[in-house]
Design a protein around this ligand. Structure first.
Ligand code: NAD
Ligand code: DAO
Ligand code: ZN
Length: 368
């Protein structure tokens, strides 16, 4: 079949809208009509050329929602008409990682997914007979895409695609880091570094579990109002605060119980660890730093009981947890609508990237 898609031909170049060829689903695969997709920093990271795993030409996009149009042989858990959210972190429920119950990082198709291919090591997308690579196993910047069955979470049919697509990355990454990775308890003091699309979701996760102080740190003063709306109790701007770590230690009577780094800045990651409480403070790295970057602290910070951890896709097991997060949204327990600041047709996707780069949007969403 033919499908409209935004193609990334090479690093640093704008996407172009093309009509590409899409082969039907093979064994264990599913054809999905994407109804809406968010534009995330990770798409830009890859498009910019900074991503060491970036492959071109490719169809980017990993934050979508849509409807199953066809299923390949061997597919047992999905059928035509099901509503789904594609997962860049699949959940096979049979690999060593899934079975360990210690991680959400399913590895069954990691090798081919990282090479921009389906599990049989070929691509379904092409133009003029030349293959175009998949991206993160999702490629949601295409109106129709093929994804492995294990990379699709089935969701309820009354959930609006143009909102719940954000659960495909930002919402789950932020809220999940609080609930699934850190398991923050009621009454805890929480610090969130970076109040963008991820950090604001950490804040709403912290509020949801009943955190006491929720301290937000951002260089952009315009992020304060939205963060307060989501539950932030105190705001620190590093531009006007001499020592951010000291300020947090004072506000929290010795340090935060939990901190979350949602920027990808290694200097801030150090602050995030060192502002946590002696003996039990835990600092969760969510931000993705540039390739090759390293973090440092004095080892005595760890000897004295602080823990440095990380979280990918919020620690969520996609097929199990994503439908629950959709329920939370539909039950009014979490707010997504306020975070979707811009919507656009696929033709305007490059404008969406510009808004994000200028810090003007929290989330831009393409509606097909
Ligand atoms: P964003 O750009 O929307 O937000 C970042 C915020 O940090 C902005 O508000 C910016 O003003 C602020 N900031 C920048 N430098 C700062 C500094 N030195 N001190 C304080 N504030 C500063 O980004 P986002 O979409 O929220 O993503 C945040 C990070 O999370 C990115 O690195 C992204 O790649 C990563 N991410 C990780 C996962 C995961 O699973 N771990 C998933 C998605 C995104
Ligand atoms: O090695 O198993 C693996 C895959 C790890 C994926 C981690 C993804 C988190 C960071 C990327 C941001 C995604 C939008
Ligand atoms: Zn697995």
């Amino acid at each position: 079949m033919k499908t409209k898609a935004a193609v990334a031909w090479q690093a640093g170049q704008p996407l172009t809208i093309e009509t590409v060829d899409l082969e039907g689903p093979k064994f264990g695969e599913v054809l999905v009509e994407i109804k809406a997709t968010g534009i995330c920093h990770t798409d830009y990271y890859t498009l910019s050329g900074a991503d060491p795993e970036g492959i071109f030409p490719a169809i980017l996009g990993h934050e979508g929602a849509g409807i199953v149009v066809d299923v390949g042989p061997g597919v047992t858990t999905l059928k035509k008409g099901d509503h789904v959210i594609p997962l860049y972190t699949p959940e096979c429920r049979q690999c060593k990682f899934c079975l360990s119950r210690k991680t959400n990082l399913c590895q069954l198709i990691r090798g081919t997914q990282g090479k921009g291919l389906m599990p049989d090591a070929t691509s379904r997308f092409s133009l003029d007979g030349k293959p175009i690579f998949h991206y993160m196993g999702t490629s949601t910047f295409s109106n129709y895409t093929v994804a492995p069955e294990i990379s699709l979470a089935k969701i309820r049919e009354d959930a609006p695609f143009d909102k719940v697509c954000y659960i495909g990355c930002g919402v789950t990454t932020g809220i999940g880091a609080v609930i699934f990775t850190a398991k923050v308890e009621a009454g805890a003091n929480v610090v969130v570094f970076g109040l963008g699309g991820i950090g604001l979701n950490v804040i709403q996760g912290a509020k949801m579990v009943g955190a006491d102080k929720i301290i937000g740190v951002d260089l952009n003063p315009e992020r304060e109002a939205m963060a307060r709306q989501f539950g932030m109790t105190h705001f620190i701007n590093p531009k006007t605060t001499e020592n951010v770590v000291d300020a947090i230690v004072q506000l929290t009577d010795g340090g935060a119980d939990y901190s979350f780094e949602c920027i990808g800045n290694t200097q801030v990651m150090r602050q995030a660890l060192e502002c946590t409480h002696k003996g039990w403070g835990r600092s969760i790295i969510i931000g993705v730093a540039e390739a090759g970057a390293e973090i440092s602290t004095r080892p005595f910070q760890l000897v004295t009981g602080r823990k440095w951890e990380g979280s990918a896709f919020g620690g969520a097991r996609g097929r199990t947890d994503v439908p629950k997060i959709v329920d939370w949204y539909m039950e009014g327990k979490i707010d997504i609508d306020s975070l979707i600041t811009h919507t656009m047709p696929l033709e305007d996707i490059n404008k969406g990237f510009e808004l994000m780069k200028r810090g003007e949007s929290i989330r831009g969403v393409v509606i097909y």
